[in-house]
Design a protein around this ligand. Structure first.
Ligand code: 8DG
Ligand code: MG
Length: 315
């Protein structure tokens, strides 16, 4: 059977304070009926994704989009069709959204999204909605006080909300001590903290998740973490991206986009190859390698979640 290919544009409409997102319930008599969704629908012939998005939000919710940005593109195989969900984050709109087709419409806290039943294709979208566009990877820093001064600056001034604690030079005990203190600080600022290392670290420090090296990623046969903890991984090529999908990573970094002083010998991907790899990825992807906050919009435009960086946040 040749499966139908369906191209759908959908919107994650976020509230002004960015804490909430608008979802709608699909009527019980349609495909995926009764489940919650991001409003949108199929592209009409000759429409671009964004044109379809504008038309669908007008038809389904009675709102006009004023400002939107690509969020994520998801390819998913349903038993009867191949679907491409082209999802946009809508930052500003005119009008008061309501269910023009009689469907239930609700603003929900981003952190409650996992409590709503969505179609199977939506899992990567939920992750993309919840994750920020910037990820700080901490630098090697021997001095504890300097480390925490710099981390606090990034949390307060740059408003970083996702931190990966990378400290290869520390032994396990020193790492765990730093992780405990970093977790307290991150919690104070509403930021998530991922530990870089083996999954068992979470038994000692109850952080938000684990970041796996590409080597550890390739050695695993299944997801080592419980759902509810975030699992990310370092990737550099399509093989590693596929493995990340296979073991259920929630998101990944893909590097190096540019040449960097920390990895001078690694061949940079450049935006073109990066974009092609992201297109095949089944989860949010952060661009890594010589990235600054000024690259975040471009990264989003080519399909990434945003950027991950050490140097740009470590001052
Ligand atoms: N809009 C939307 N569709 C989704 C999501 N997740 C998901 O699997 N889908 C699937 C369900 C449908 O098979 C397809 C979208 O079709 P649709 O029923 O919204 O299309 P439409 O608005 O153009 O409706 P119609 O004119 O064909 O009745 O994508 C989602 O989050 N939002
Ligand atoms: Mg629809």
């Amino acid at each position: 059977m040749v499966k139908r290919r369906v191209h759908v544009a959908a919107a994650a409409i976020v509230s002004e304070d960015t804490t909430q997102v608008l979802i709608a319930r699909r009527p019980s008599n349609v495909d995926q009926g009764g489940l919650w969704e991001f409003p949108g629908g199929k592209l009409a012939p000759y429409e671009t994704g964004f044109e379809a998005l504008k038309r669908e939000l007008h038809e389904e919710l009675g709102v006009e989009i004023q400002r939107a940005q690509p969020l994520i593109r998801v390819n998913h195989e349903y038993p009867d069709k191949h679907i491409l969900l082209d999802v946009w984050q809508v930052h500003a709109f005119a009008g008061e959204p309501f269910g023009r087709e009689g469907q239930a419409v609700r603003w929900v806290d981003k952190n409650d999204l996992f409590n709503y039943p969505f179609p199977a294709a939506n899992l990567p979208i939920l992750r993309a909605v919840i994750l920020p566009t910037e990820c700080l990877i901490t630098a090697e820093e021997e001095d504890e006080e300097v480390f925490f001064t710099k981390l606090e600056r990034a949390l307060v001034e740059d408003k970083v909300r996702l931190v990966q604690l990378r400290a290869k030079q520390l032994d396990r005990d020193a790492y765990l001590a730093r992780a405990e203190r970093a977790l307290t600080l991150c919690r104070q600022h509403g930021a998530r903290l991922l530990l870089n290392g083996e999954p068992e670290l979470l038994d000692k420090v109850d952080a938000d998740g684990i970041h796996l090296t590409s080597e550890r990623l390739m050695s695993l046969e299944r997801r080592p973490l419980a759902q509810g903890k975030w699992q990310s991984a370092s990737t550099h090529n399509s093989e590693q991206l596929e493995q990340a999908a296979r073991i259920g990573c929630d998101f990944v970094t893909l590097s190096p986009l540019r040449t960097t002083p920390t990895h001078p010998d690694a061949a940079p991907l450049g935006w073109h190859d990066f974009q092609q790899l992201v297109e095949t990825a089944a989860m949010p992807v952060f661009a890594l390698g010589g990235m600054t906050r000024f690259d975040a919009n471009h990264a989003r435009a080519v399909g990434a979640q945003g950027i991950a960086s050490i140097r740009d946040f470590w001052k």
